[in-house]
Design a protein around this ligand. Structure first.
Ligand code: ARG
Length: 570
């Protein structure tokens, strides 16, 4: 909101015929540490105004300025312009606006008409859902929500690992160890058991590998009998995945795994690369030589005719562009695959595909732990479901300590689940995604400090104020009695949210929104401790309630953008 006024102001005082669209994204809005002072700073060089040096322009703008209802002063400070706006102006416009926009407050239409494909999670059937998949799920979901809040149309894809020789091995294993009832009941776990067992056998008996290879060869040839079993594994696994994802509030528009890219399609890619003279024979394998770009030799087809993970990604990208005509495609995958995506994008570029530059790898660091897995107090977990169960259990134990409050909660298990999951998500998204972090059960589930439970607590506190007030407020409320500095600070913070959404949509860094949510929650806490709604004159009570409602809406929107369900009670 403030960003809008700044834009308007700079446009007016800078140059009457300057293109607004140029100025708009260039304003650097530095938030004062103690919100509410009405100050913010614009760096003149970022305005890219034509003419003399930036400090002269700043001085010039300062001298042209006359105070109005919105801005009380402008001071030039070197290349910076220090604006002081009128907090009353902001307050009177902002609160009604937030109340009427409600769940859409903070959204913008900058991505309107554009399609973004967001590929994330992408676990491998029959293998553990490891921490990399967990991070991809959380961050990918955030990216989807944030792009949508910026007006984009999104299509979310789960690129399941569901093809390759290992699925031949899995089928051989299933024929030996499989159990139809177990498969139905919990396909992910059962297939993992089978996979571990047959891998064990195969390490002693090499002929099992031949069987697996033959089985997979039949799958590739389209043999219906071999495919039937495999299809069953995939279908049942997807049912189970859907169930688990819904617990973390994640859904996919399409499950389009590696298997969707047929041998024929891959052959087409190889032929095309040949046609473009991009392939070269290297020890029997077909490679694209990327040494000129310090990306080594990328194997496309092995000497035995087998295709690679990379070749499949080339085929998939081309097929996706055909199908969705995307304006941008995001791959949310750990930084261990940086090199893979560099190779992929370079190959698409060398193929002369104009949309190659629209592909983006959004990477992230690792979750560190002793053995590379997440460990609960009870031991190592390899399944997402176990992690979710473990946080739910811990949260329930914490909640039970306050018996009176616990008795009031309608569905304590669901609430515990949500708080626990919020804990995981906030821990995951709290720092820049490229940073590694340690999975810390105690810290992420604590109610003090910058944790998920703390954010949920801030939200429920605001909900409880609204519940306890015996009246409602709407957008026409008069908020002019809110003159206290703590209220101005909260207004200031609420006003930042649209800028935060915009920035998050560009950087695709969840911590942008997480840090904001904490900042807002602290401003809320300062305010509710000082300004009560209960037992106040009606006019004051209504204005404060309106402020808290605006804060609750904003915090709720921020949490939803992160993929978190804001709680009303806990
Ligand atoms: N299934 C892969 C893995 O678990 C991740 C897939 C990433 N996406 C891609 N288009 N390569 O490592």
């Amino acid at each position: 909101f403030r960003f809008d006024i700044a834009k308007e102001l700079v446009r007016v005082i800078a140059s009457p015929n300057h293109n607004e669209d140029v100025i708009f994204p260039l304003i650097e809005n530095k938030y004062p540490k103690d919100g509410g002072s009405g100050e913010f700073v614009v760096a003149v060089p970022r305005l890219k105004l034509p003419g003399i040096s930036a400090d002269v322009i700043a001085k010039n703008l300062e001298s042209k300025f006359t105070p109005d209802a919105r801005f009380t002063s402008i001071k030039a400070d070197g290349v910076f312009l220090k604006f002081v706006y009128n907090p009353a102006y902001l307050r009177d416009r902002l609160i009604p606006r937030v109340l009427s926009q409600a769940e859409t407050y903070g959204q913008n239409s900058s991505g309107y008409g554009k399609v973004s494909l967001v590929e994330f999670s992408s676990p491998n059937i029959a293998k553990p859902f490891h921490v990399g998949h967990l991070r991809s799920t959380i961050i990918g979901n955030f990216i989807e929500n944030t792009l949508r809040a910026n007006g984009w149309t999104t299509v979310t894809i789960n690129y399941l690992g569901d093809w390759g020789k290992q699925y031949g091995l899995l089928a051989v294993g299933y024929n030996k160890y499989g159990h139809a009832a177990k498969l139905e009941a919990d396909p992910i776990r059962h297939l993992f058991e089978v996979y571990v067992a047959i891998n064990n056998d195969a390490s002693e008996d090499a002929s099992i590998h031949d069987d697996a290879r033959n089985y997979f060869a039949r799958m590739e040839e389209g043999d219906p009998v071999s495919l039937e079993l495999w299809q069953k594994f995939v279908d049942l696994s997807i049912v189970k995945y859907r169930e688990i994802y819904s617990r973390v509030n994640v859904g996919f528009d399409v499950y389009s795994g590696e298997s969707k890219y047929s041998a024929k399609l891959m052959r087409g890619v190889v032929d095309r690369l040949k046609e473009l003279d991009l392939l070269k024979l290297d020890q029997g394998a077909q490679i694209v030589d990327l040494n000129a770009y310090k990306l080594g030799g990328a194997i496309i087809e092995k000497s035995n005719g087998g295709m690679m993970y990379l070749s499949r990604d080339v085929a998939a990208a081309i097929a996706r562009q055909k199908e969705y005509k995307f304006d941008n495609m995001v791959y949310v995958v750990g930084a261990q695959q940086d090199f893979h995506f560099k190779q992929l994008f370079k190959i698409l570029e060398l193929m002369g595909l104009p949309w190659a530059e629209k592909c983006q790898h959004v990477n992230f660091g690792m979750i560190k732990s002793k053995d590379g897995n997440m460990s609960t107090r009870k031991g190592t977990v390899v399944f997402l479901e176990d992690i979710l169960d473990a946080v739910q259990e811990s949260m329930l134990a914490v909640m039970k300590k306050n018996e009176a409050k616990f008795a009031q909660i309608v569905n304590p298990t669901a609430v515990a689940d949500t708080i626990g999951i919020t804990g995981i998500m906030i821990q995951d998204m709290g720092a820049r995604r490229n940073k590694d972090y340690e999975f810390n059960w105690d810290r992420m589930l604590a109610f003090e400090g910058d944790t998920g439970p703390y954010l949920q607590y801030a939200h429920t506190r605001l909900c409880s104020i609204e519940r306890k007030a015996d009246f409602e407020v709407g957008p026409h409320v008069n908020v002019s009695v809110l003159t206290e500095p703590v209220a101005a600070a909260l207004v200031d913070c609420i006003a930042m949210y649209p800028d935060v959404v915009r920035e998050a949509g560009v950087q695709l860094e969840p911590c942008t929104i997480v840090s904001y949510a904490f900042r807002l929650s602290h401003a809320v806490s300062n305010c509710v401790e000082a300004l009560y709604v209960m037992n106040q004159p009606q006019e004051i009570a209504a204005a404060r309630l309106a402020l808290y409602k605006a804060a609750r809406i904003t915090l709720g929107n921020a949490l939803r953008a992160l993929g978190i369900v804001p709680l009303e009670r806990m």
